[in-house]
Design a protein around this ligand. Sequence first.
Ligand code: ADP
Length: 495
Amino acid sequence: MTSIKLKTPASGEYEQPTGLFINNEFVKGQDGKTFEVINPTDESVICSVHEATEKDVDIAVSAARKAFEGPWRQVTPGDRGKLLFKLADLFEKNLELLAAVESLDNGKAITMAKGDVAACVGCLRYYGGWADKIEGKVVDTGSDTFNYIRKEPIGVCGQIIPWNFPLLMWSWKIGPAVACGNTVVLKTAEQTPLSALVAATLIKEAGFPPGVVNIISGFGKVAGAAISSHMDVDKIAFTGSTVVGRQIMKAAAGSNLKNVTLELGGKSPNIVFADADIDNAISWVNFGIFFNHGQCCCAGSRVYVQESIYDKFIERFKERTAKNVVGDPFDENTFQGPQVSQLQFDRIMEYIEHGKEAGAKVETGGKRKGDKGYFIEPTIFSNVTEDMKIMQEEIFGPVCSISKFKDKEEAIRLGNHATYGLAAAVHTSNLNTAIEVSNALKAGTVWVNTYNTLHHQLPFGGYQSSGIGRELGEAALENYSHTKTVSIRLGDALF
Ligand code: ADP
């Protein structure tokens, strides 16, 4: 069996594929292994899915290779675009189901899950539009030579995605890879394999040739490691923790030196100046850290508030956070559902205990919510010092660390006091402050008077240990293209 009937509170019964999606078919793993998928809301087992091991990775890679060398090459850029448009249309048509499966498996609030699927539609359409606009150049180096530079697909792309935005990461990875003419073997996170398999059915329905997009479920140390060290994978794109990012880069270097792009962790500063519109700033600070239960690599987890408004800010922020509804992800009023897994829940609770022991003040939260499911109260720590772990390490949960600053110079110094550099934000009504601080911060994205408002047209990625390369926007096309120089001698032989 490679599919079962499942139910979600929002969708009713549906057909959930459980196999590995290779060559447009759902198949069992070669070793016949399966693993359980847990519902984070009530800790029950939703179902089991087939697990990919090294042998399955080999099979998926050779399917992708065969497609790349064969039929996929014959598909015109315009037709690649049409396939992505069709896929986007199918995501739109199946938005309710995809969102429901996402909420079931990941625990994210259903309204947020619908937002994710809408963002997938935007992303897939955007890259569909790019497919026939990937152009080369003619470069004049003198009258005796004709040079042209062309963009070519890299080949078979291994893609490893995390559990915090299973469908959105699927689209961010597949959209640009396919637009540029590559083929793909994508491994989902072991915590959240379900929505990607439903989306795989849409790959087939959209009419992609077999082998162009292959989706496998499996564990990082087995299937993930097999992809990153595979000799016939030409490129690896990874989103996840910095620790694993390093391992992937080592595996790539130690195998065939495959091309690597990494989108890793963060500990992003959210800086509030005294001249900011305070209600606006509080809304964005709240959304910055508590959106997706704090499980965002760009979460605004370090909040720095100018000292003259520090006390007022904390009081009002607490009032705002108290309005965040934490509970059943299928309730339309819910803002925050459970954390994704027991492991994540335990890690976050450990950080909360550490913050308390280190002497930071718990302004609100600091405890588990209820006794079933991985729910954690939105937690705000004030008086957090720079040396505390909760100010330096990525918690990946609903935990906000706040401290104060005196002036612009101190805000910049504190903002840059981290090894990461994925995102940052500045809240101010002064245009000069906004631009000066934005330019000084070491971060791939700086938001001004907003937070977490990513857009598929805008590049996203990290400075420092937050990663290598940029996703989204035109920039992502670079990740998936080789640049070839062709230089033609027109004059007589020189030597
Ligand atoms: P988290 O700690 O938040 O779960 P990870 O970085 O461990 O994040 O996981 C992100 C993705 O990386 C998942 O798909 C996971 O299976 C995969 N992964 C984990 N370890 C490895 C590894 N050693 N090699 C390749 N992929 C891995």
